[in-house]
Structure formats: structure tokens, C-alpha cells
Design a protein around this ligand. Structure first.
Ligand SMILES: NS(=O)(=O)c1cc(F)ccc1F
Ligand SMILES: [Zn+2]
Length: 262
């Protein structure tokens, strides 16, 4: 029986969408229990190779803002780590909270971060476009990086300065020559990896998740600009600020989370 005032996921206003996709047994995000993760000595170093010239635009899709890359050739790629194939960068985006107390989708031993970066890649050895790969179990690889509040992130500022131009849902602005590698932590050799899903519809179980152990720092003011974005389009009467755009955590269902480090 619920105590008065005690929130469960179903009651809490932040509860969004299905708790578990019908029939899903590899849903994301999850809590990473560090002591339950299994060191895998066969995991290779991750080798991202990004060309800033493939950066094309920023788009407010009404859920987050996406920095999109031209993925018609193998110019910005990710290989190595747990991946057998070559994956092509198509976009990166973030999830964040209304306060610095929460906002990330994944957690580490229940620890929440104010925001989480997702760099989305699709398997260009096996598929010819993102839309195809997103339906296949080895179709996508997403790098997750936790954000903490601290010193100003120099590389992020160019992105922060462009956000007012995409304040409303469905707005797009040209955005070029941005090197996404500047958003990776200094150490990318230490990560957790597990088989999961997209965290927004279509929630397809297509993702090899690669979650960085080391976080990056952004300033309070930089993250505040994320919260100035809107879920709503310019025409809508009531404007809703884009915050808490994260999914509730999903059952592990017996999956093993591997670590690249001891
Ligand atoms: N948050 S996510 O990285 O799982 C994701 C990536 C996409 F390309 C599309 C939907 C998603 F939910
Ligand atoms: Zn995401």
C-alpha cells in the first residue's frame, strides 16, 4: 500500500511512456551496477574517427536537439570496442533535467547525473541507411557520456550559442565544422557495454550501448541554455520548456553489463 505522498514511477509526473515496451527484454536505459559488471579482457579500445566537415545542422525535434552529420559516406566512423563492424555517426543529442539533481537516462549504482550525451551511429557494413539499421539487433551503436556541472566546456560553447535559433519544435539551423570528438572524455578506454534499445519510440532493441566511465564537465550556465529550449512549436498556445526528456529505467532482464576495465 502506498504511503500518502510517496511517489511510484506510475504516479510521478516525470513518468513518461510505457514502463517496459511490450515484449521487450533488452530495453534501455538501465542502472549500471558496477560490482555486477563483468570485466571482458577481449574488449578492444574504441576508435572514433570523426570528420568535422560532415557536421550539417541542428534540429529541435520536440524531444531533444539533434546535431546531425552527413552519413552518406564513411567519413565519420566508430570502430573497435565491442563492435565487430564499422558504424557511421549520424547524430548526437542530450537528455537533461529541470534541475541539476537529475537528467541522465543511465545511472551508475543509482547515481544520477544532470545530463547525458548520446552519439548515435549505425552499422554501415550491414545496412545502407539509419532507418534500416534501427530495426535490426546489431544496427546501432550509441556512446553515452555523463555530464557533470563544473568548469565551462570550451568545445560545447559553439553549440550552446546556436541553441536560441532552434528554440521551438521543428526548427532547424545550419551548423557546420563541429568536431564531436571534443565532447568525449579524455579517457575513452574505460567504458561499460550492454545490449539495449532506443530510449524513445520506436524503442527498438537495436543498440549496442557504450557508456563512458569518465564524465565531462559543463558549466551551470551552459546547461541552463539547454533548458531554454521548448518542446512546443512556435504556433502552440502554451509553451513548455524542454526539460526532463529522459526515459524511466528499464528491467535488466538477466542481461550482463561488461566493462573494459577492472
Ligand atoms: N536516446 S537514443 O540514443 O536511444 C535514440 C537514438 C536515436 F537515433 C533515435 C531514438 C533514440 F531514443
Ligand atoms: Zn538519447
Amino acid at each position: 500500500m502506498q504511503e500518502a505522498g510517496e511517489y511510484t514511477m506510475k504516479m510521478h509526473p516525470m513518468w513518461q511512456g510505457p514502463l517496459v515496451a511490450p515484449g521487450g527484454n533488452r530495453q534501455s536505459p538501465i542502472d549500471i551496477r558496477v560490482r555486477k559488471s563483468v570485466f571482458d579482457p577481449h574488449l578492444k579500445p574504441l576508435t572514433p574517427d570523426y570528420d568535422p566537415r560532415t557536421c550539417s545542422q541542428i534540429w529541435n525535434n520536440g524531444y531533444s536537439f539533434l546535431v546531425e552529420y552527413d552519413d552518406t559516406t564513411d567519413k565519420s566512423t566508430l570502430k573497435g570496442g565491442p563492435l565487430e563492424d564499422n558504424f557511421r555517426l549520424c547524430q548526437f543529442h542530450f537528455h537533461w533535467g529541470e534541475s541539476n539533481a537529475w537528467g541522465s537516462e543511465h545511472t551508475v549504482d543509482r547515481r544520477l547525473f544532470p545530463a547525458e550525451l548520446h552519439m548515435v551511429h549505425w552499422n554501415s557494413n550491414k545496412y545502407s541507411r539509419f532507418e534500416e539499421a534501427v530495426m535490426e539487433e546489431n544496427g546501432l551503436a550509441v556512446i553515452g557520456v555523463f555530464l557533470k556541472i563544473g568548469k565551462r566546456h570550451k568545445g560545447l560553447q559553439k553549440l550552446v550559442d546556436a541553441l536560441p535559433a532552434v528554440r521551438h519544435k521543428d526548427s532547424v539551423v545550419e551548423f557546420t565544422r563541429f568536431d564531436p570528438a571534443c565532447l568525449l572524455p579524455t579517457n575513452i578506454d574505460d567504458y561499460w557495454t550492454y545490449a539495449g534499445s532506443l530510449t524513445t519510440p520506436p524503442l527498438t532493441e537495436a543498440v549496442t550501448w557504450i557508456i563512458m566511465k569518465q564524465h565531462i564537465e559543463v558549466s551551470h550556465d551552459q546547461l541552463a541554455v539547454f533548458r531554454s529550449l521548448l518542446f512546443t512549436s512556435a504556433e502552440e498556445e502554451v509553451q513548455k520548456s524542454m526539460v526532463n526528456n529522459f526515459r524511466v529505467q528499464q528491467p535488466l532482464r538477466g542481461r550482463t553489463v561488461r566493462s573494459s576495465f577492472t
